[in-house]
Design a protein around this ligand. Structure first.
Ligand SMILES: *Cc1c(COP(=O)(O)O)cnc(C)c1O
Length: 483
């Protein structure tokens, strides 16, 4: 199995090379030459642990990793840094099922992929015989940055620089990043929003002069953003795992189709669901749930993607995005791998800020349903789920719950739950974050305060670095001490 560019460049590379490169050299995203198949009727599907299932699913995608290499990566990633042996438990609450992806070290679903990515990367370096140090450059809307730093901290042969919008993340997210340990981790606030940060990071990846300067010091860039297949592939696992748990709990029969509703920003998580369906998991609809930044809702309803609209900072900040990078991979299938057509759409997006699918193309989006929730609806949903079911959800998960309530049909649906409410306590408490919000949430719900949050209280913040978007390149050079 090989990986190739969504934009048509001929070169095909192995999984380990694709993981190190992040983006393809023509600026596209890596996609597999064929999508591997997994048969859920095979004997051991229902009895496997998370780690065993991860090995089977990921092994199909990362087929140049040896059994020993991949098993080692999985063992180091999904260990007791997760607060439950199940890693991704499924909870039944009223008529709903929640797939809880927030039991990792940073209490958000990004841990599912970012706890394994550093090991996939260092293994890939060895496989490719590369002696350079990898520099991870990442733009974050809050959760990726912390989860990436946590994953890469003190992993030898790596350095990580995280850029975040100074006014676009929650207080707790910012404190989590500023208190990160690890001499190889750097965090920089920018005066701009997430899309500014992400566009600039993409530009730096493509900057050949910068690459040359870094190479002189034996550095090379890679990306920990969700465009990296090393992020995407680990996320496919938990769709299968959710399904396995539903069957084992006798909520569905093996083979029955279900829906997933996914709170979506950069289109990474839900794209993994799309690949799970393509691999053979019985999924009827993937429900794409957005917040007030509802560019994707409109896209799935009309076939027009239009980023020319106001950008809102909302109470589900990790979904405040106008350019969903991973959508390019879905488009690749929608245009039936016609890379000339794909480039037309992408060019239109960068020059006009929008593109329109043809009628034929639009019809191919039928795997998806879309909807969005306003900030008020999110707050109401967090509160009503708690009042009715004594279950506590975070605002991102609430976006998904609200959209599911709007579009629900007779198919059983799993809500993909992406963060712990302790990261975003305001919605349930119904006010602006106060210093004491964590304790108040604990008292109101009776839930134990997660250890990573408890530890924050006494952690010492590093000195803040805040720069203009235009100074990001110089900041990278300074931090790496490259002249
Ligand atoms: C990143 C994130 C999302 C959005 O995931 P995408 O893969 O970008 O669509 C949703 N919820 C939380 C809590 C997140 O951190």
């Amino acid at each position: 199995m090989k990986y190739q560019s969504t934009r048509g460049q001929e070169e095909k590379v192995t999984a380990s090379k694709a993981i190190l490169m992040g983006l393809t050299s023509d600026g596209g995203l890596f996609v597999p030459t064929t999508i591997p198949q997994y048969n859920i009727n095979q004997e051991n599907f229902l009895t496997q642990s998370y780690q065993e299932l991860a090995y089977d699913i990921m092994g199909l995608w990362l087929d140049d990793f040896t059994e020993k290499e991949l098993k080692e990566c999985i063992e180091k990633a999904y260990d007791d840094k997760f607060s439950t042996d199940l890693i991704a438990p499924l909870k039944k609450v009223g008529a709903d099922y929640y797939l809880e992806l927030f039991h990792g070290p940073t209490l958000a679903f990004k841990d599912m992929a970012l706890s394994i990515l550093p090991y996939l990367m260092t293994t890939s370096l060895k496989k490719q015989g590369i002696k350079n140090e990898v520099v991870i450059l990442t733009a974050t809307s809050g959760d990726t940055g912390k989860a990436a730093m946590e994953g890469f901290a003190d992993v030898s042969g790596t350095k990580i620089i995280v850029f975040y919008p100074k006014n676009g993340v929650s207080q707790i997210q910012e404190k989590q990043m500023l208190t990160q340990k690890g001499d190889n981790t750097f965090v920089v606030g920018i005066n701009g929003n997430f899309d500014d940060a992400q566009s600039k990071v993409k530009e730096l990846f493509g900057d050949l002069d910068l690459a040359k300067d870094l190479a002189k010091e034996n550095y090379q860039f890679s990306s920990a953003n969700s465009i990296n297949i090393g992020r995407l592939v680990p996320q496919i696992v938990y769709y299968f795992y959710a399904y396995q748990q539903l069957v084992n709990k006798k909520e569905i029969t093996l083979g029955e189709e279900i829906n997933f509703v996914v709170p979506t920003g950069n289109f990474g998580n839900i794209l993994a669901g799309f690949y799970a369906k393509q691999m053979g998991l019985p999924i009827n609809k993937l429900i794409c749930a957005s917040n007030k930044n509802n560019v994707l809702t409109e896209f799935f309803k009309s076939g027009t993607y239009n980023k020319n609209r106001d950008f809102y900072v909302t109470n589900s900040p990790s979904m405040d995005i106008l350019i969903s990078s991973n959508l390019e991979r879905l488009l690749y299938y929608i245009v039936e791998k016609d890379t000339t057509r794909l480039k037309e759409l992408i060019t239109s997006l960068s020059s006009e800020g929008n593109y329109h699918l043809s009628e034929d193309e639009y019809r191919k989006l039928s795997d998806f349903i879309s909807g969005f929730a306003t900030e008020e609806e999110v707050e109401q949903t967090v509160q009503s789920v708690f009042e009715n079911d004594k279950y506590v959800i975070d605002p991102h998960t609430a976006v998904a719950k609200k959209v599911l309530d709007d579009v629900r049909d007779n198919t059983k649906a799993v809500i993909v739950s992406t963060a712990s409410s302790f990261k975003f306590p305001d919605c349930l408490l119904g006010k602006e974050t106060s210093e004491d919000a964590i304790n108040q949430l604990h008292e109101k719900t009776g839930l134990e305060i997660p250890k990573p949050i408890k530890d924050l209280e006494h952690a010492v913040s590093r000195e803040e670095i805040i720069v203009e978007v235009d100074d990001m390149k110089q900041t990278v050079l300074n931090l790496l001490d490259v002249k």
